[in-house]
Design a protein around this ligand. Sequence first.
Ligand SMILES: [Zn+2]
Length: 407
Amino acid sequence: MIMATKVKLYPNEAQKVLLEKHFGSCRFVYNYFLAKRDEYYLTHKDAEKSSLNYLDTQNMLIELKKQYPWLYEVNSQSLQMSLRSLDNAFKNFFHKNADHPKFRKKGKNDYFAIPQHVKIEKNRICFPKFSEGIYFKGSKKKLSEIKEINQMVVTKDAGDYYCSIIYEKEDNAPERKPLSAENSVGIDLGLEKFATLSDGIVIENLRFIEKVEKRIKRLQKWLSRKKNGSNNRKKLVLRLQRRYRKLRNMREDFLDKVSTAIAKQYDTIIMEDLNVQGMQQNHHIAKSIGDVSLYSFKQKLLWKADKYGKNLVEIGRFDPSSKLCSNCGNLKKDLKLSDRIYHCDVCGVTLDRDYNASRNIRKMGLIKVGLVQPESTPVETATSGLRGIYPYRQMSGRGSRKLRGFS
Ligand SMILES: [Zn+2]
């Protein structure tokens, strides 16, 4: 199983200089070849070979190093990893999963990767090109389970250095539970509430995250009034970066706790396939998407489902889970995003909008994996594939159930 842990680095002055050289050189190589790849495309649009690939840039890098000998000072594999990540950025762009790659800026997203030849000796990490190991602190428990190191990524955040260690762990994941309707749950991820579960459990967004966001906004306001290049400004920038880091850590912690609790409690977890990019194009919900970090949540849930031997089922994001009545299957075409209550004109049921959606998600997932047979219905439904999304058996205990290990 692939695992990851993050440790804090405590480099001495000389090591800091070399770390900064790595950040700078990797950024330089990334930006240089980003420009080269764009330039090549513009001049070769109609040629048989219209774009540069990873191997092309790797060969060009050999020449570039002769031109800029200072590139020899850093680990050549880290430079190659920079090309690799540029290549991935382009691939994501070509597959329409991401925007066109952007130039990396100094002080923003400073990082470099080391794929090989790293050693951990007691409390020091030894990187290639560094004459001595860098002192670090991290979780002893996690470090002890490392069987083989896959990769390390060094980052700089608010003036501090970190190293993410991605490693192979002894495989001891439990056998996966069989897919079953019993102990299954549908999850509606939301904007106002973080998640609504089909058994009535509601997980609210964290209020204290909002508090930190308010402080960040205030700092940003102060910052806009400070003179460029002044010492006060630098101090404020660092304070702001620290706040951002705190916010990120709190979110990650929240997402970790929720995903663990859900993966432990249910055997079959059903959620909508997320198209984060598509959602962000919708102006109104863009902010909230960032707030709840849905994508990160899904990644964590996927990973934890593996860890606890559970099943994660995704249903199509275009299935109208919010517009269907989870009681009778009626399709309410005119349901607006602002309607927080689902009232069905056919069977008369009134449900919380997200609760209604989560029950539909559960049923759609169970139909998708063949655990529930779609039933034909006299009431109009969206498409034939959605026939028989109902009837649900009445679920009891709404609001009274709690997620174990999470409150
Ligand atoms: Zn109904």
